[in-house]
Design a protein. Structure first.
Length: 339
């Protein structure tokens, strides 16, 4: 530190701050938001903290300074406990007759209010589903739009609410649904649903979870105008609700004896308490067979993965795709599973 120039000393102090924040964030998945709601807000910035520490490491590496070990050590700790933000998978899409293709997508009402300035989003979305041909389609913020025709799926279960605009969640399937239901989350339009499908001799439970939304406008200019204290309190409250909703889901999940696939929009990252709790001993299909950052949410400045597909440990993940089709504020994902 003494041998550093004044400018480099300032850089290193900032580096220490970001390294401490990243190190602190590694502990947050272990801390219930209802007890540590203020700290849990850091979850949202973990991808940013990781990328920032990578930049600090590269800066000191370029300058051939031993200060590079600070960010390097913190990044290594994170990799050992949680894996990489960027996934390198050796897995390729393996095509087998008994594969089950499961797609998850928050469709944002099929652009009902023209958030995306493009025409015929609903028609393009349906065409996309036909092209990718998932066996199971799990949708959040589903709306039975007049131009939506998903009858090429043989079976469905949907749970809708609302007076003027009906919306909610839906599971579409090419295989028979022998049971279905909803896990009601109180005081919100969000909830979780399930459908038990029969494929061959197997009954598989498909869960579709939509945890409480943060209601954050991702437009940077809008974020700058919003009162930071109010934003902080709202996010903290949302994380508490997410924990309660997760506990309701986990109580229901414990009663299921079938193999299961859990899909959903968690409105939180892979570094969160709710992700860790719901995943448990299950496989994260992206980590098993995905590549890249796995971005599932449209945020301009760094990649955020808040939509997930989990599977039983004895279900092999033969492939995973994150699509770039911009038909919502989320991006579709699909896992190819071997049952």
């Amino acid at each position: 530190m003494k041998k550093l120039r004044f400018f480099d000393k300032i850089i290193y102090i900032i580096n220490v701050l970001f390294a401490i924040l990243l190190l602190l964030s590694y502990m947050l998945p272990l801390l219930p938001p209802q007890t540590f709601s203020i700290l849990s807000v850091i979850n949202l910035g973990v991808p940013f903290l990781i990328l920032t520490n990578v930049l600090f490491f590269l800066y000191w590496l370029f300058r051939v300074k031993k200060q590079l070990f600070l960010s390097f050590l913190v990044l290594c700790i994170g990799y050992l406990f949680y894996g990489s933000l960027y996934n390198f998978s050796a897995s390729e899409n393996i095509q087998k007759k008994n594969n089950l293709k499961v797609m998850n997508f928050n469709v944002r009402l099929f652009n009902l209010y023209n958030w995306i300035p493009k025409k015929n989003i609903e028609a393009k979305t349906i065409e996309f589903f036909k092209e990718q041909a998932p066996d199971i389609l799990s949708l959040q913020e589903y709306h039975p739009h007049k131009n939506i025709d998903l009858t090429f799926f043989r079976y469905k279960y949907e749970k809708l609410s609302g007076k003027k605009v009906k919306s909610g969640q839906a599971i579409f399937s090419q295989f028979p649904i022998v049971d279905s239901g909803s896990i009601e989350f109180p005081n919100t339009g969000n909830n979780a649903i399930y459908a038990d499908i029969v494929k061959g001799n197997d009954t598989i439970r498909i869960y579709n979870i939509h945890l409480e939304s943060l209601h954050i406008d991702t437009n940077v200019e809008s974020l700058k105008k919003e009162d930071s204290e109010r934003l902080f309190k709202r996010v903290s409250k949302t994380f508490k609700m997410q924990q309660f909703q997760t506990e309701l889901f986990m109580a229901h999940k414990k009663q299921c004896n079938y193999k299961m696939v859990i899909c959903g929009d968690f409105n939180n990252t892979a570094f969160s308490y709710v992700y860790r709790t719901i995943k448990g001993d299950l496989k994260d299909a992206f980590k098993e067979a995905g590549n890249g950052f796995g971005r599932t949410y449209d945020f301009k400045f760094f990649p955020i993965r808040i939509d997930f597909i989990f599977t039983d440990a004895n279900i092999r993940v033969n492939g995973f795709n994150t699509y770039e089709e911009h038909y919502s504020d989320h991006y579709p994902i699909m896992a190819t599973l071997e049952i």
